[in-house]
Design a binder for this molecule. Structure first.
Ligand code: ITT
Length: 195
């Protein structure tokens, strides 16, 4: 059995490989299918964008697909960058995105820098039937990055209960509590029945 993770993001793929390891399903990703074209994320919600990615890939490959659309919703920025998190400061440039986030929040104290990390997962079969799950993690945006693990906004995202940024956690620690980890746990619970 096989599943394609419809992502070009190496950090996401790495987390899914660990989360799916107990299932003994072969996990591939878009880098194994270089012939597939770029997918335009034109939706206005996480679910729309995850569905666009999943259906584009499952139609062309005839293999079940898991797509992840995620984003960071910062309360002091009225929920921005949200679905635009990957393109906040340009095109998929983590360093530029983090710099922009820091400058938008300059001068705001930590207790007012609350934020939610959101993930929507869409698991889709080639007949386009789909399973949708969501996961969220609340935290605070640091003024100075901490840690070297993870990817994307992880060095700026403090998990108050742990007093650690996501980039200071191992992938196991992060997967246990993260938006993506929580959504994946929900998915894995119903996976066998749905599959
Ligand atoms: P794919 O669409 O190919 O999956 P992407 O990076 O474009 O990859 P999204 O459209 O879902 O993914 O954008 C999510 C953005 O949020 C992107 O900038 C990520 O780096 C960031 N992000 C998502 N999950 C994250 C996590 O667990 N930790 C830190 N940053 C994360």
């Amino acid at each position: 059995e096989q599943i394609i993770i419809a992502t070009n993001n190496a950090g996401k793929l790495c987390e899914f490989q660990k989360l799916f390891a107990p299932k003994h399903i072969k996990v591939t990703s878009l880098k194994d299918y270089p012939q597939l074209g770029k997918i335009a994320e034109t939706g206005m919600t996480f679910e729309e964008n995850a569905t666009l990615k999943a259906s584009a890939v499952s139609k062309q490959t005839n293999i079940p697909v898991l797509a992840d659309d995620s984003g960071l919703e910062v309360d002091a920025l009225n929920g921005r960058p949200g679905i635009f998190s990957a393109r906040y400061a340009g095109d998929h440039d983590d360093a530029a995105n983090n710099a922009k986030l820091l400058s938008e929040l300059a001068g705001i104290p930590l207790e007012k820098r609350t934020a939610t990390f959101h993930t929507t997962l869409v698991l889709m079969k080639p007949d386009e039937s789909k399973l949708v799950v969501n996961g969220e993690l609340r935290g605070q945006i640091l003024a100075v990055p901490r840690g070297n693990n993870g990817f994307g906004y992880d060095p700026l995202f403090l998990v108050p209960e742990k007093q650690k940024s996501l980039a200071e956690m191992t992938s196991e620690e992060k997967n246990e509590i993260s938006h993506r980890g929580r959504a994946s746990q929900k998915l894995l619970k119903v996976f066998d029945e749905w599959w």
